[in-house]
Design a protein around this ligand. Structure first.
Ligand SMILES: [Mg+2]
Length: 368
């Protein structure tokens, strides 16, 4: 791309710094656990002074990225972006993918900062830039792998806070998992349940869990990634027999992955996460899903308000997301940002008159 003229949206500076946030309690899933959030804050400045923010959320147990690799990747992207026009964000996203394909969380943070800066410069909310389908979304809330008694406690607390859907991490031992799911039902009998196996089961084990739950009259509304991400035949085996919708999560990072799932009939729902694919690729995945009549889900790594705001703007802009799992700010013990959305119970509402993502760093409390 020849750099001919300097537009108001030319990228002049890119910064990356660690974004460390404590968790309320450790977060464990079938593939591992984390005790604190170690993300990366990306800041992009344009010629006209517009500043965009993005959050890169590497999740070591499932993504293969860490804070260290994400910081290095974002810094490595700087020479590919400086002096380029943020208005050409699609070719810029493709350029980042060409060199940093495996660093999807880092790319997602940079793409979010780019689009935030651009839509601030253009003075429109990001969700309207994406299509403006709706202005609010309702999220579920996740209960990680914890003991049954604590599961009941958490389920009760989340329901009291307005949750209508609980997502339960499973994928360990079928009997233990069934006990924990039933413990959640005890705490929140009126909530819908999503199960997330995080690749932990063999296909027959996944079906065993559903049979055990059916014996207690418990039927989840969705079963996410019961088997290993590369076992698409196993995923199809479960999908064909589960009797409930089955979602592919870790199996899908690209639009080509989604197309493969659709052709095989391996799942009926695709979980899109910006940290798995970046933003431009997430749009392509959504388009494949619509064409193939796969239902849309959105998920998240452990992200603060900043990263969640990017996902909320994207899905509100596109519309049509049936399953929304954007709860992670509620698992954090601090919120370093403000704005982005207004939260009421489990509903995030967007504002028409805030440009970009609308997120800013929270001002430190004034002393005395
Ligand atoms: Mg998942």
């Amino acid at each position: 791309m020849p750099r001919t003229r300097r537009s108001p949206t030319t990228i002049v500076q890119i910064f990356a710094e660690p974004l460390d946030i404590p968790l309320i309690e450790p977060f464990a899933i079938a593939t591992g656990r984390i005790d604190a959030v170690r993300n990366v804050l990306v800041r992009i400045v344009l010629t006209d002074g517009s500043v965009g923010l993005g959050e890169a959320a590497p999740f070591p147990p499932s993504g293969g990225e860490t804070q260290e690799t994400a910081l290095a990747a974002v810094r490595g992207m700087i020479p590919l972006l400086e002096g380029e026009d943020a208005a050409c964000w699609r070719p810029l996203a493709a350029r980042l993918t060409a060199s940093f394909e495996a660093q999807a969380a880092a790319r997602a943070g940079v793409e979010a900062a780019l689009l935030d800066a651009l839509t601030r410069s253009w003075d429109i909310p990001l969700y309207q830039f994406f299509g403006g389908a709706v202005a609010h979304v309702e999220t579920d809330i996740t209960i990680p792998l914890v003991a049954p008694a604590h599961t009941t406690e958490l389920a009760r607390a989340h329901a009291a806070r307005g949750a209508t859907t609980l997502k339960l991490k499973v994928g360990t031992d079928v009997d233990d998992d069934a006990d924990r799911v039933l413990a959640a039902v005890e705490g929140a009998p009126d909530c819908d349940l999503i199960l997330d196996g995080n690749q932990g089961y063999m296909p027959t084990e996944a079906l065993d869990l559903l049979v055990a739950l059916a014996a207690e009259d418990v039927r989840p509304i969705l079963f996410e990634q019961p088997v290993h991400r590369h076992d698409l035949e196993g995923l199809r085996f479960v999908t064909e027999r589960a009797g409930v919708p089955v979602a592919a999560d870790e199996s899908v990072h690209t639009a080509a992955d989604a197309l493969r799932i659709a052709r095989l009939g391996a799942a009926s729902v695709i979980n899109i996460k910006l940290a798995k694919s970046g933003i431009a690729e997430a749009l392509d995945i959504a388009a494949v899903c619509r064409a193939a009549h796969l239902e849309l889900m959105v998920g998240t790594m452990i992200e603060s308000r900043l990263g969640i705001a990017a996902s909320v703007h994207l899905i509100a802009g596109l519309g049509g997301f049936r399953y929304v799992d954007l709860d992670s700010p509620m698992l954090l013990s601090a919120d370093p940002f403000e704005g982005g959305y207004e939260q009421d119970g489990m509903v995030y509402a967007l504002e028409r008159d805030r440009a970009g993502l609308g997120v800013s760093p929270r001002e430190p409390e004034a002393d005395g």
